[in-house]
Design a protein around this ligand. Sequence first.
Ligand code: C2R
Length: 202
Amino acid sequence: MTQPLVAVLMGSRSDLAIMEKTASVLGEFGVRHEVRVLSAHRSPGALDGYVKQAASAGVEVFICGAGMAAHLAGAVAARTTLPVIGVPLSATLGGLDALLSTVQMPPGVPVATVGVDGAKNAAYLAISILALKRPELAEKLRVHRERTAAEAGKEAAVPGVESHDHVPGVESHDRRPSRPGDPAGPRGPKEPGSSPRGGSPS
Ligand code: C2R
C-alpha cells in the first residue's frame, strides 16, 4: 500500500463539506493523502496515537480544519515537528473564533494558517512544501499558476464594455476622498502659491 504524504484532519464530520475541497485539490495534483475525523477535544487519545503513527509512516504535512474553539491544528503541532497547516472553519461567529484559535500559537509551535474556510489554499500550500524536493510537483504548480493567470486575464475584459482609462464626464485626477486638513485631497491642480507651507510649488 502506498503511504500518504499529507494527512487531512478535521474536528468533526460536519466539517467535511469544506474540507473535501482540500482533498480534491490534492487529488488533482496526484498527491497521496488520507482524510480522518479526529478531535483534540473529543478524542485526544486517538489524535495522539494518529499523529505519532502518521509521522513515522511517511506523512510530511498535516492539514487540520476545525471550527469554533479550533485547537486541533495546535494540538497536532504540539505533537510533531512536521509542518502543520490550519484551516479555520466558519462553524460559528463567521469563523473568527476558529481563526484566532488556530493562528495565535505561542512562539516555537507555529501553525501555518490559511483564511477562513481556505480549504483549497491549505492544499496548495501543502503542495508547495512537498514541491521543495519534488521537481515534478513544482512544475505542476507552475503550470497551474499560468492557467490561473490566463483565466484571470480573460475575466479582466468585460464583454460589451469598452475599455477606457478615462471615464467620460469625470475629470481625471486623484479621486481619493479628502480628509479635513488633507492638502492632497481631490481638489485638482493646486493654485500657484497655494502650498500649505507658503512656499512656492515645485
Ligand atoms: P459538531 O458539528 O460535531 O458539533 O462540531 C469541529 O471542527 C466543528 O467545526 C462543531 C465544531 O467543533 C469543532 N471541533 C473542534 C475540535 N474538535 C471539534 N474545534 C478540536 O479539537 O479543535
